[in-house]
Ligand binder design. Structure first.
Ligand code: FES
Length: 367
């Protein structure tokens, strides 16, 4: 058996018995290379003196990169769970939610990438090998040789004899694994069906969160509306009279309050009363429909007084208000939901209940 210490291939070397227990793992690896017609041109450690000052410095730098990766991942997780993310008017900390997630994840992934690159370039032995490829099934010996080669490569990574790197990898990669799982698990934490009145099925007009009080219809500035504020044939966009009712927090609640002419109101009442879901939704000659288009959610707000049609500017759907907001043109296929109206003891419009069906484009079929 001939094994050259510097690892170079010696032509003409006789095959060795790979089951010989006296062989070192590196000798088996070399034999595997020889049988595979691999010529190892160069194979030399970057640190001839093990545990030298230079090696320790490289190990420290790589460990630092792994720890930085773990710290970035931890910041991502903390921000993902606890950073305020809801939109708020004005300049608030929630403006930075996406930026913090992006920057922390970038730091984590870049640090991990640089750590792996530095490990490969600075710690692993320099090796240049040349192999002629050939076709053939692998023999038992070849499989043993491959297994030993892989085990040898793991040994050469030096994780076992570099406990600092071992710890840094564990600390760095564990949070990164959690980062991968966080968006999947996080999406399952908030159950949209958990309340008695699930948030997906209520708007700002729902009296339950308003301590059971009927919710007023208000302008964007929060002022309530009396019937005489809307002229005959006129219309006004209204919002729920609750705190933040005109903000994105109640983005599903904008409603069009319309004062119909007497003849039109009579037609509209017949149509709404014929619909079991919309019986009694009108108050006097007033009717209110959701502004969220049932096609794709745009604001349907172009009201044509002469024809009583409500037009959605996005894809030109038209809803006939005197026929219970039936879609008569365009891609929308569902009626606009009606908001049941009444007037409170002070003479202001209130919603006598929330919408009786979900507003906007539904995720299930609705007549
Ligand atoms: S969103 Fe209204 S027509 Fe498409």
């Amino acid at each position: 058996m001939t094994v050259v210490k510097d690892g170079s291939h010696e032509p003409g070397t006789a095959p060795v018995d790979v089951h010989d227990p006296r062989l070192s793992r590196f000798e088996i690896v070399k034999e595997g290379a020889r049988r595979d017609d691999i010529e190892i041109v160069t194979y030399e450690s970057q640190f001839p003196m093990p545990n030298s000052k230079a090696e320790r410095r490289v190990v420290r730098n790589i460990a630092l990169l792994f720890l930085l990766s773990g710290a970035g991942a931890l910041i991502f997780l903390i921000a993902y769970i606890w950073w305020p993310w809801r939109f708020e008017l004005g300049h608030t900390i929630s403006d930075y939610y996406t930026a913090v997630l992006g920057i922390s994840l970038a730091i984590s992934l870049f640090s991990l990438g640089f750590a792996i690159l530095a490990w490969a370039k600075k710690l692993l032995p320099h090796e240049v090998s040349i192999q002629d490829r050939h076709d053939a099934p692998s023999s038992d010996d070849d499989r043993l040789l491959t297994g030993q080669t892989m085990a040898y490569m793991v040994d050469e990574l030096g994780v076992q004899r570099r406990p600092l790197l071992k710890g840094a990898i564990a600390l760095g990669l564990a949070p990164l694994g959690l980062v991968a799982a966080a968006p999947l698990i996080g999406g399952l934490i908030q159950n949209p069906h958990k309340d008695e009145e699930p948030m997906m099925f209520r708007t700002g007009y729902n009296p339950v969160p308003n301590k059971g009080q009927l919710v007023r219809l208000t302008r964007a500035d929060g002022s309530p509306i009396r019937p005489e504020d809307v002229s005959v044939g006129g219309q006004i966009t209204v919002f729920p009279g609750v705190a933040g009712g005109a903000t994105n927090e109640y983005a599903d609640s904008p409603t069009l309050l319309i004062h119909l002419r007497a003849g039109d109101a009579q037609m509209a009442r017949q149509a709404t009363d014929a619909d079991p879901k919309n019986q009694g939704v009108m108050w006097g000659n007033y009717v209110a429909y959701s502004k969220i288009c049932t096609h794709a959610g745009c604001p349907a707000s172009l009201y044509e007084q002469q024809t009583n049609r409500l037009l959605c500017p996005c894809h030109q759907s038209q809803f006939l208000i005197t026929d219970n907001a039936r879609p008569i043109f365009g891609p929308a296929s569902r009626r606009l939901p009606a908001l049941p109206l009444t007037v409170d003891e002070e003479g202001f419009f209130v919603a006598s209940s929330d919408y009786r069906e979900t507003v906007g484009p539904d995720f299930w079929e609705r007549p």
